[in-house]
Design a protein around this ligand. Structure first.
Ligand code: ZN
Length: 196
C-alpha cells in the first residue's frame, strides 16, 4: 500500500469509529475527575462539575465540554480540564482537526479536498489549521518542551502528519496516546469566574 492510501484509511476509519468517540469521552471524564480531586488552584475550595454546551462539527455527537467550577463564595473560578476531544475553541472535534490537518501532508490535494468537503470544513478553516500547526504549534512552549522526546526529530514542515506517523496512529490505542499527549494544549489559562 502506498503512503497515501494508508493515510486515507486511518483518517476515515477513526472518524467512523464510534468506539473511538466513546473512548475519548471516557478519557475526558477521567481527566475531569482528576482535576476535580485536586480542588481549586486559587483558593483550595471544592470543585463542582459545570459542563458547558459544545457540539463539535464533523463527526462525533458530543454535546458537552466537561468543566469545573469552584464552589467557594468570592472565588467561583472556572477550571476547564484538559481534553482529548476538544482542541481549544475550535468548532470541530480535536480528532478531526488533527487527522484532517495531517492529511494535507499525507494525501493528494484532490483527496484532501474530498475529505474536507465530506466533513463540511471550508477551505479557509483548513488553511487556518495548517498555519496553526506549522507556526503556532511548533513555536509553542508546549512543543519546545516536548520535542526532545522524539528521536529522530520530527519534520516540522509536515506537522501534524509527522506527529501522527511517529505515534503510529493507525492503531486506535496509539491515536488515543497522541490525543492525550496534546491534551495540555486544549485548555486555556483560567481567566474568569463562572457565571452562576
Ligand atoms: Zn476557588
Amino acid at each position: 500500500m502506498s503512503k497515501h492510501s494508508v493515510g486515507e484509511s486511518w483518517c476515515q476509519n477513526h472518524l467512523a469509529d464510534q468506539q473511538v468517540y466513546q473512548l475519548l469521552e471516557k478519557v475526558d471524564a477521567d481527566l475531569t475527575e482528576e482535576a476535580r480531586s485536586k480542588g481549586c488552584l486559587f483558593c483550595g475550595g471544592k470543585l463542582h462539575r459545570s459542563d458547558y454546551d459544545r457540539k463539535p462539527r464533523g463527526g462525533p455527537q458530543w454535546a458537552e465540554r466537561f468543566s469545573l467550577c469552584c464552589a467557594q463564595e468570592g472565588c467561583r473560578r472556572r477550571h476547564t480540564p484538559p481534553s482529548v476531544r476538544f482542541l481549544g475553541r475550535r468548532v470541530y472535534a480535536g480528532l478531526v482537526v488533527v487527522m484532517v490537518s495531517a492529511m494535507i501532508h499525507g494525501l493528494k490535494p484532490e483527496r484532501v479536498q474530498r475529505l474536507r468537503e465530506a466533513l463540511g470544513i471550508d477551505r479557509r478553516t483548513l488553511e487556518r489549521w495548517r498555519q496553526w500547526w506549522l507556526i503556532t504549534f511548533v513555536e509553542s512552549s508546549f512543543w519546545r518542551e516536548a520535542r526532545g522526546r522524539f528521536l529522530p526529530p520530527l519534520c516540522l514542515q509536515t506537522m501534524p502528519w509527522s506527529l501522527c506517523v511517529s505515534f503510529a496512529v493507525e492503531r486506535r490505542d496509539r491515536l488515543l496516546e497522541l490525543l492525550k499527549f496534546l491534551a495540555p494544549i486544549t485548555t486555556s489559562t483560567i481567566r474568569k469566574a463562572c457565571v452562576m
